[in-house]
Design a protein around this ligand. Sequence first.
Ligand code: PMP
Length: 448
Amino acid sequence: MTGAVFSRAAGRDLPVVAGGNGAELFDTAGRRYLDGAGGAIVVGIGHGSAEVADAIAAQARQVAYAHGTAFTSASLVEYAEALGPLLPVDDPYLYPVSGGSEAVETALKLARAYHLARGEDRSVVIGRTGAYHGNTRGALDVSGRAGLRAPYQPWLGSAVHTTSPYEYRCPFPESHPAGCGARHAEELERTISAHGPDTVAAFIAEPIAGAALGACVPPDDYWPAITAVCRKYGVLVIADEVMTGFGRTGRWFGCDHWGVRPDLLVAAKGAASGYWPLGLTVCSGEVHDTVQAGGFVHGYTYSHHVVGAAAGLAVLRILQRERLVEASAERGAQLAAELRAELGGHPSVGDIRGRGLLQAIELVAPPEAGTPGRALSGDLAPFPRSARVAERVVAAAKERGVLLYHSTGCADGTNGDLLVLGPPLVITPAQVSELARSCAAAIREVLD
Ligand code: PMP
């Protein structure tokens, strides 16, 4: 047998991608797709940018690789200087890696190294139920996806999980909607106390929970209360901005919606918009100085990649010049309004939520078809997982030439079927309308 690609889509007849332009992709058969998901909420500046391709080529032609312990480069230094003022981190230091999971691993190690350097043996990291932070061991450990964790449980470590602010299925219906943030903060404090404050190194969370929980925006009192608890116990705050960073939610970073200043921040996806596998771990000057003094040893062959920095810098310049963060806020508001107009009142559309161009639709079952006992706060239950409802809607939308992203209901009933929309930030108003219309038509086709 000749060589073959090991793909998660094995057995499915995939189209062969041939080109892209802005919010559109094309296959070799000449079909056009409106990319309503930017791949996996990756592409911010749009497909087919000659400017980014040229920047990558120019850097590769000059020099493609020099090990990060032997050299720095103009593109790395320039990138850190250009990005620094936009980051919600005090005196930020940039550690470029190759993707989101690597960035999370780096942040987890930095958190432990920070405490060790201060003479504190803290190792526990607190994540949140239903969260996704990546597929490598450490990132999976802090993720709260029961189904993903289960097969690898014997390899997982000491992470523990606290509640997620998920207003549609709020774990604290008695305090909903006001005061919910305070209840989550109490839970976090309880979790820290249960494990012993002197063992807890960090708390990791997305400012707005991305694909896994479907663009869940926390109540406004959530982040102030959570960060206060972390500060009280000397627990570092790690903001996972892999999905929310670089304008996706209508601000440069998700943290900016609430003025959150994390000690560590991880980003990827939008950083190089898919043009290069770039991830970033950012730490505060205090964390940097402390771990450097403590002798932090960490690295990947491809960390500090000069071509990655050139790609990131080119993408950053385009985001700024084209005012794409503002565009994300505007087009996002349009998308949310048009989805509501198309789908509001549909019996299987439980919730439409999000910020900027990160929007999600939670599909819910008619009472007789749902999973018994999973409805919280009086909302309708998810469909049974076996119905694969979100997956079927994504397939129906693709037939219509529109690409969506989905997260199927969790085995433990944490969430229902989710459709996630995260088109390139360059999407036009007419394309936003097309996306909302086609998404609604695909939902009706599958569920009516
Ligand atoms: N964190 C979040 C919030 C993510 O959405 C993802 C990817 N979907 C990751 C981490 C992992 O990133 P990667 O797939 O680049 O390793």
